[in-house]
Design a protein around this ligand. Structure first.
Ligand code: PRX
Length: 658
């Protein structure tokens, strides 16, 4: 997306009266009142929300502890249980309300009420207890999207076990690294999974990951029987159904401190090693709930659908925790948007009468294209009048895609909340509030009330609106990352860098604010992190994977703008042997793509690979990534390359092999 196109975007959509009049935050006046309340008494603002929204076992008396900043603590002397807040709380009020409408890949539907979900979670928690899993243990969850994934996460929360969900698209190697870093004692997986009409293995990757070594901490592997396919078996393995057989369907929750880690979620940073982002229990849940209320305007009668997989933070906050804690009815979808055809999302919205729909720009862009090619998959062919609110997340949405979503999906009627946030922020930090905020296509608009977010220069100083700079959060907030597991120093240096004075949370994105409205436009990552189809990938991570191949001497990875995926991955590779050409080059490209798929996961496979005898470097040996990015885009190099040691290399790197 060109930043220019967003900065010159003058279309504004003010909320309609019909929406505002029923909204949780019904006007800009109310929005400003909430922001002012937070500005006047910051701790009081959050304390009030925490008392209003969370069920405490022991109420907190201290709101924020900054004594060990940036390791902030919120509500630290309070005690609670997250699963009690998501399930037990509803037993008296809405036991028979549908919590989850599960739609399988093949279209079969299964509903679960709050009471049923509560019993399933309790029974599975009793199963975990029988494996001697206790509070503070780390457990890896590697499951397909489905009720079981939610049950497994909630059961961990019930016992104070710290889960770390690994997205099913990550490889055995990635799984192995996460098991080791987390020191996990158990893995919860399934035999296989259904995706797009195919039956794919899943446990096999666990077996391969374990075989790579270093996983001695693992005692048990719990396997849900999903597909019925054959799986390898040893003493460590136990079927989910055997584990819960005969177990009670109630289970005493383990009360934990507000700051007890609820989960670790690994995400990419600017070094080769993914970081285990650690979240708290109370502060995290509080923001998941409050954003459900103010951003998604969730109401008891809504049918809510967030299409994210629980392997990502969006699936944590806006599938497993937020909606359940708010007592919402939600769709959980096993499949993919293009199976059996690209009308699947619209067909499901029609079928289940979805009213609040939250998805990624990359999905929207690919469905626009598909709808143009096959008109029967176009949203116009479906009855979408149940929709009242739309949302996007994960990457910038270009104004054209925004307009299409607004007109074709939302029928010019539904506000769109373009929610900016990150794995580390736990929930939305910049977003429109749909009954209040005037919407501008391509802009995530204004800070969520209570989040002190702004744009500064590289020394941490405020800059006037209208100037691009670094996105920072100036005050700690309840759902913020607490640390990087096993690496507190990296937490400090990555997020609270000394160059900015050590007190500002550095998001890692560039941003600019509109001179009149103060609306934010995100300009993309300022570090070596790529955003491919809304998935976060580290360039260094892919480079390390490539150089681990026996053929590769050196590599540099950059992103290139892509009309559907947002960004695509371009890898420049220097082989140990001679630079390959023709068929030989094609063969090696295929081999290296496969290799990266095995090292990290299919999502990280480079879209293009280019070979050179060397990489463009300065005389001091630094790779000139700026040039590589220009080459990837097919731009002529017009800038000064006098510091370049080996200009002839640029010619070689102009063309992809594939
Ligand atoms: O670059 C921003 C982009 O996604 C990054 C965070 O990725 P991740 O931790 O995987 O979380 C994704 C889901 C919350 C950010 O640093 N990003 C996320 N949302 C938006 C966005 N960029 C622009 N607009 C957004 N709404």
């Amino acid at each position: 997306m060109s930043i220019e196109s967003v900065l010159h975007e003058h279309r504004t959509f003010t909320p309609e009266e019909a929406f505002s009049s029923q909204a949780a935050v019904p006007s800009m006046q109310e929005y400003h009142r909430l922001c002012a309340e937070a500005a006047q008494d910051y701790e009081g603002f959050w304390a009030k929300l925490a008392r209003e929204l969370l069920v405490w076992h022991k109420p907190f008396t201290k709101t924020l502890n900054e004594s060990e900043a940036p390791f902030y603590k919120w509500f630290e002397d309070g005690k609670l249980n997250v699963s009690v807040n998501c399930l037990d709380k509803h037993l008296d009020t809405i036991p028979n309300k549908t919590a989850i409408i599960f739609e399988a890949d093949n279209g079969e539907v299964k509903n679960v009420t709050y009471k049923e979900l509560y019993h399933q979670v309790c029974q599975f928690a009793n199963g975990l207890k029988s494996l001697n899993l206790v509070k503070g243990d780390r457990v890896i969850i590697y499951l397909p999207m489905g009720i079981e994934a939610v049950v497994a996460m909630q059961a961990c929360a019930r016992l104070g076990i710290i889960h770390s969900v690994v997205f099913g698209g990550f490889s055995a190697k990635s799984l192995n690294e996460r098991i080791i870093d987390a020191g996990a004692v158990a893995v919860i997986t399934s035999d296989g999974q259904f995706r797009g009409g195919k039956t794919l293995p899943l446990k096999q990757a666990v077996d391969e990951g374990m075989a790579m070594g270093g996983c001695e901490s693992i005692r048990d592997i719990v396997v849900f029987q999903k597909t019925g396919q054959d799986v390898a078996w040893n003493d460590q393995c136990i079927w989910w159904h055997d584990l819960i057989a005969g177990k009670a369907d109630t289970c005493e929750p383990v009360m934990v401190d507000a700051e007890h880690p609820l989960f670790l979620l690994y995400t990419s940073g600017s070094t080769g090693k993914p970081k285990g982002v650690q979240h708290s229990s109370a502060g995290y849940l509080l923001h998941a709930m409050n954003t459900m209320r103010w951003t998604f305007d969730i109401k008891p009668e809504d049918i809510y659908w967030c299409t994210a997989d629980v392997g990502w933070i969006t699936g944590h906050s806006y599938v497993t925790y937020g909606p359940l804690a708010m007592g919402a009815t939600q769709i959980v979808f096993e499949g993919i948007p293009t199976y059996p055809n690209a009308g699947r999302f619209w067909q499901m919205i029609q079928r289940h009468k979805v009213s609040v729909f939250y998805t990624a720009p990359t999905a929207i862009r690919s469905l626009i294209k598909a709808g143009e090619m096959d008109y029967t998959t176009h949203p116009n062919h479906f009855e979408l009048s149940s929709l009242r609110l739309l949302g996007t997340v994960g990457e910038p949405i270009n104004p054209e895609a925004w307009m299409w979503y607004f007109e074709q999906v939302g029928g010019n009627r539904c506000p769109i909340v373009d929610t900016f946030w990150q794995t580390e922020t736990g929930g939305h930090v910049i977003t429109p509030l749909p009954g209040a905020t005037p919407l501008v296509p391509g802009s995530c608009t204004l800070p969520f009330p209570g989040i002190d977010i702004d744009v500064v220069d590289e020394t941490g100083k405020d800059i006037p609106w209208g100037n691009g700079g670094l996105l920072v959060i100036k005050k700690p907030w309840p759902s913020m990352i607490r640390t990087i597991y096993n690496d507190p120093e990296r937490f400090k240096s990555s997020y609270y860098p000394a160059e900015l004075g050590g007190k500002l949370y550095l998001a890692g994105d560039g941003a600019i604010r509109d001179t009149k409205t103060g609306n934010f436009t995100i300009m993309g990552r300022i570090d070596d992190v790529l955003n491919v189809s809304g998935h976060r990938l580290g360039t260094m991570e892919i480079e390390s994977a490539l150089v681990a191949n026996h053929l590769v001497a050196e590599s540099a990875v950059v992103g290139k703008p892509h009309p559907i995926k947002g960004e695509s991955v371009v890898a420049y590779v220097v082989l140990k042997g001679k630079r390959p050409e023709g068929e030989e080059a094609k063969k090696i490209v295929a081999e290296l793509r496969e290799w990266v798929g095995k090292e990290i996961g299919p999502i990280a496979k480079p879209d293009e690979i280019r070979f050179g005898d060397n990489l463009p470097k300065t005389r001091s040996g630094k790779i000139m990534r700026r040039l590589l990015r220009s080459l990837a885009k097919g731009e002529e190099i017009t800038s000064d390359i006098s510091t370049l040691d080996n200009p002839a290399i640029l010619e070689q790197l102009k063309q992809p092999v594939n």
